[in-house]
Design a protein. Sequence first.
Length: 214
Amino acid sequence: MTWSGPRRGYHHGNLREALVQAAVTLIGQHGPAGFSVAEAARLAGVSPGAPYRHFRDAEALLAEVARQGFERFADMLARAWNDGAPDPLRAFEALGRAYLGFARTEAAYYAAMFETRLVAEGHPGLQAAGDRAFGVLRAATERLIAGLPEGRRPPALMVALHIWSMAHGIASLFCRPDRSRRKLPMAAEELLEAGLLIYLQSLGLAGGGSATRR
């Protein structure tokens, strides 16, 4: 067999992860459509056929990048939420900032997660990782609305989806490292904070009410 580079992947038993990191690098440079398995193999220092021992095709490699991205994303959101400390409203705002921060600092993972049109059900672990990340937001939402009177309490899933849509839209429009994107006259975090405040006030969850201080 002829090798196109050093056999560091097999040598150290980490070819699978080396290929994932090569894909992350290529996605960061060229976008999800701008990489190939062959190019990932070249960057990892192995033959063009070596990746197929671990990934059946480019989609499978992208799915693993996305899975790892969702795991990192869930960890970042959970740290920001911090189980609702110091109080649920401020912790919720921190969770929103973390969402934007991930899109900004982990752009390659973010692109693999949300811009590749992967069918999660076709890739073991990807659906579970995505559900875990959304689960942080949903659990935070349930905690936040728990203080509302039962008759005025909206469905937690609906609220979580509204807030997810807001955060994701701002992240995708204004936080990605793309020079063609229009600039905001304010920080993206300020835009999200204002949007969250208006939305939560409409539910009676912001503005100093007791529901936000439980």
